[in-house]
Ligand binder design. Structure first.
Ligand code: ADP
Length: 213
């Protein structure tokens, strides 16, 4: 089962991916996470990525593709995978097709999660991540940067690119560059349009219903 999540920053791709990982036992490939890992390694490449991400721009297609292909071709993705944050433009979508056909695979489902812009901005600017686990906190719940994580030993922090100006730019870049790939997958007949709200469980139930059909 090869699944792809499509949607603007903050639409809930990551949260839904995590729910599916548990249910179906297939791994998530998040290019955002892979790039943040590279950033954490303090290499020259990491510094370059940090700079691009802080502006809300896209990292070089070839670099992202090489990170993704290494994962997709690995043993852990044999039974399937969940792509989150890739492809993000038409070039990446076409490169993914080439990569998958070379290894006789294809995408089975593209899940497009639609959420209004104002909700996305509020979610991104309000969210706090844990530096140790997958916990996602929120300033609206009274949590703050530097607070201890309520579930693990970690500390809460805000992603550099979750500042309001960067979030607005990420949304603009999404509309310009990522929206065109919606038609690309619509034409293939594998696109599912979903409306995201404030209840992740409600959305995951809808997704599971489609996958288990
Ligand atoms: P979000 O989807 O909420 O914007 P991600 O963690 O997926 O968050 O991505 C964060 C940033 O990482 C992006 O704004 C971009 O700079 C970079 N990035 C992630 N995936 C890609 C990709 N496929 N191509 C280019 N840049 C990417």
């Amino acid at each position: 089962m090869n699944i792809l999540f499509l949607g603007a920053p903050g639409c809930g791709k990551g949260t839904q991916s995590k729910i599916l990982i548990e249910r179906y036992g297939i791994p998530q490939i998040s290019t955002g996470d892979l790039l943040r890992e590279e950033m954490g390694s303090k290499s020259d490449l990491g510094a370059k990525i940090k700079d691009i991400m802080a502006k809300g721009e896209f990292v070089d297609d070839e670099l992202v593709l090489s990170l993704v292909s290494k994962k997709i071709e690995s043993e852990e993705c044999k039974k399937g995978f969940i792509l989150d944050g890739f492809p993000r433009n038409l070039t990446q979508a076409k490169s993914l097709d080439v990569l998958l056909s070379r290894i006789s695979k294809s995408i089975d489902y593209v899940m497009l999660i639609d959420v209004p812009d104002e909700v996305l901005i509020e979610r991104c600017t309000g969210r706090l991540l844990c530096d140790t686990c997958d916990y996602i906190g929120n300033k609206d719940r009274g949590e703050n940067v530097g607070d201890p994580c309520p579930v693990a030993e970690g500390t809460l922090y805000q992603r550099d690119d979750d500042k309001e100006d960067t979030v607005r730019n990420r949304l603009k870049v999404f509309k310009e560059q990522t929206s065109p790939i919606i038609d690309f997958y619509q034409d293939k007949g594998i696109l599912q349009r979903l409306v995201g709200g404030n209840d992740p469980k409600l959305l995951s139930n809808k997704i599971i219903e489609i996958l288990d059909k």
